[in-house]
Design a protein around this ligand. Sequence first.
Ligand code: GTP
Ligand code: MG
Ligand code: NA
Length: 466
Amino acid sequence: AARTRDNLRCPIIVIMGHVDTGKTKLLDNIRRTNVQEGEAGGITQQIGATYFEPKTLLTRCEKLNKTENLNLTLPGVLIIDTPGHESFTNLRSRGSNLCDLAILVVDLMHGLEQQTIESLNMLRSKGTPFVVALNKVDRCYNWKSTTNNDIRSSLKDQEEGTTQEFRSRAEEAKLQLSQQGVNSNIYWEMGDDDWKNSDFVPLVPTSAITGEGVQDILLLLCRIAQEKLWRQLMWCGNLQATVLEVKAIDGMGMTVDIIIVNGTIREGDKVVMCTMDGPVVTEIRGLLTPPPSREMRIKSEYIHHKEIKGALGVKIIGNGFDKVMAGTPLMVVGPDDEEEDIKAEVMSDLKSVTENLSTDKNGVMVQASTLGALEALLQFLRVETKPPIPVSSVGIGTVFKKDVTRISIMKEKKGMEEFATILAFDVPVDKDAREAAEEAGVKIFTADIIYHLFDHFTRYMEEIAE
Ligand code: GTP
Ligand code: MG
Ligand code: NA
């Protein structure tokens, strides 16, 4: 296929921002789903991806596009949701490394917060273009909402006092952004020069609850992608893919979620991925995606594919996935390729990734449902806990008796007894494992909200210290 402006791939758009600013709710509004209400503690603790078809984008933006007249040429968009909780810097970084374009979500009632600024800096360091959603506009006093309206029409419906509150909060956000060195303006008030300046940031007032402004932000993102980013979005045959997440799923075993950025991947392809123990060469046994407008991180009726074109999020089925590293490339070994060359290429920038996951001789065991959460837990124990807690063993998925047996060895080492502990995040503990732990005096802490696990464990360590 020719590399032309008419043959584009989907842009990859990451949604980032401080905790509870409404990132997942915004996506729920576009998807017409309720992912956010099903999240433990109401917070996102995984990285996810949703593909939107052109017809969905056009339907959502129908009213506004009557006057905007965007001729949509994109084959859809892929949006990556990230957690805003401070523990998940790794996942924000992973999302921002992958994307072409970003939405930085700010709670209009709170202005810029700690992870807003962290996200902003990640995007700037990569030179990634972004728009800011000034979300929760419906919380301005006495806001009169019209479901899924474009935002300018909704603002016209407000009384003077409400408009003034909106204006002063938007000005405050603009000021805070300028203090971070970012020039911005309400998107329909930007001048021609502002649009030409690639560092200038458009602000879009939105409400994830009423859907107001959602068509504005969608249309704006599509316009920026088509009109400013088309060179990097030209479709080409060469596969470019990155591992997004590794997780254990009931009935499926260990699965790897990848983002196909460009090119084509096929069932039966021989691929190379990075693992903790070196490169693994394996065959793609299945290519699964959720239906369009459904979140990949939610278990659903997956669709099986023979072949997939980027950009898309895909769950791959196969063997040898146990120690695959997230954030690393996946490469196909073609008929003319030297397997050894591909292995070397895949492993070339692994060093920084493995350092975080290496284990100590003596220490606790950490088990999590996803690799992303495991990384976040290790960061907490080794960097944020004072003094740092060593970790001797890590894993993804259910805690079994063999895990208890392995960590019970710490009981026999002098001064290491308290490390006979398993921290289990969002994973089941097998019944036999519970019994074995009881017998061996191994402590198991479980939680499905990451900061609860931190709290339980920190309290325990304090008790021991006393
Ligand atoms: P994390 O993923 O945990 O960082 O949070 P998030 O940014 O995805 O925010 P989330 O979608 O979980 O929303 C947080 C809370 O804000 C929920 O209670 C939402 O119902 C509420 N919320 C989100 N958007 C809006 C909005 O536009 N208006 C109002 N009134 N509430 C909102
Ligand atoms: Mg969320
Ligand atoms: Na939340």
